[in-house]
Ligand binder design. Structure first.
Ligand SMILES: [Zn+2]
Ligand SMILES: [Zn+2]
Length: 298
């Protein structure tokens, strides 16, 4: 199959655009769409210090490569990587993740659950089972990431979430009837570093292809504890449906972005946790989880 824009061989077919693209035109299209999202949301501006949440997987590695390349000749924007070692035996080698950042000439800030919280995710799972491990891990990882970013003077944290991730999350909230998460507005607040998602309009398979074209040595397998049954069902359902209705995932991501803007009410005010001193909304999730998992230490 030939590229729809030139005479070279195509490497991918975009069902939603109807185009076949060669390597060069795929990269141009991919990067163009990521830049457009950044511009539209004013996500990166002069003087920003961007910390890329680097897990070592395809999405975050691709994002680090993309941003590093985009801002290579821009001394007014700084890119670094943030890596969290959750303490999951045999899953991810922190040295390997660091070497991805090093190969791109990017400084890498690291921290671990054991160093910061005195407990690894393996220990949490041993005590509490693995049913809630993803939600525990997510809260602890986010708050640690926020803390590192604050200490390092990082102005925005960039996540590699792709179109499929985001569309699934929105649909999951719909299916659970979780109004709060659908309309929740995260207003800017003291101590919370804003988060950006430059790949939110890029399908998972395109991010994977982009990663394969540019990054060596990223982690191929997923976390051994991530077997979220609802997400797996939603993923299958959404993929089947989108095959016939290719705009669906874009529509869901747009819904997730627009609902909070239209919902009445002002953003929830943030307070300061009396236990850990971090900013939080309502009770501090991090401290609640830590109290719960440490209690069972016996
Ligand atoms: Zn072409
Ligand atoms: Zn706290």
């Amino acid at each position: 199959m030939k590229c729809s824009k030139c005479h070279r061989d195509a490497i991918i077919f975009q069902r939603y655009s109807g185009m076949h693209l060669c390597r060069q035109h795929f990269i141009a299209d991919f990067e163009g769409r990521a830049k457009k999202v950044i511009r539209k949301n004013r996500w990166i501006e002069r003087g920003d210090r961007i910390g890329v949440a680097l897990s070592g997987g395809k999405d975050s590695s691709a994002l680090l490569y993309f941003l590093t390349t985009l801002f290579r000749d821009r001394p007014d924007v700084e890119i670094s990587a943030i890596t969290i070692d959750e303490g999951i035996g045999g899953y991810r080698d922190p040295g390997m993740v660091r070497s991805i950042a090093e190969s791109m000439g990017v400084p890498c800030h690291t921290a671990s659950f054991s160093g910061e919280y005195g407990i690894t995710l393996d220990e949490i799972v041993r005590r509490k089972g693995d049913r809630l491990s993803c939600s525990y891990c997510g809260v602890l990882r986010r708050s640690l990431m926020n803390r590192i970013a604050r200490n390092e003077g990082i102005t925005r944290i960039a996540f590699g979430f792709n179109l499929d991730d985001d569309a699934q999350s929105v649909l999951m909230n719909v299916l659970r009837g979780d109004v709060g998460r659908l309309v929740h507005q995260e207003g800017p607040a003291e101590g919370f570093i804003p988060r950006i998602r430059p790949f939110q309009n890029l399908p998972e398979r395109e991010v994977a292809l982009y990663a394969h074209l540019h990054v060596h040595g990223f982690l191929e397998r997923g976390c051994p504890y991530s077997h979220n049954a609802l997400r797996a069902d939603v993923r299958t359902m959404l993929n089947n449906y989108s095959y016939r209705h290719p705009a669906t995932k874009f529509a869901l991501v747009n819904l997730g972005d627009e609902l909070p803007k239209r919902a009445a009410g002002s953003p929830e005010a943030a307070g300061i946790c009396p236990e850990c001193g971090d900013p939080c909304r309502g009770t501090c999730q991090t401290c609640r989880i830590l109290a719960e998992v440490r209690q069972d230490a016996g």
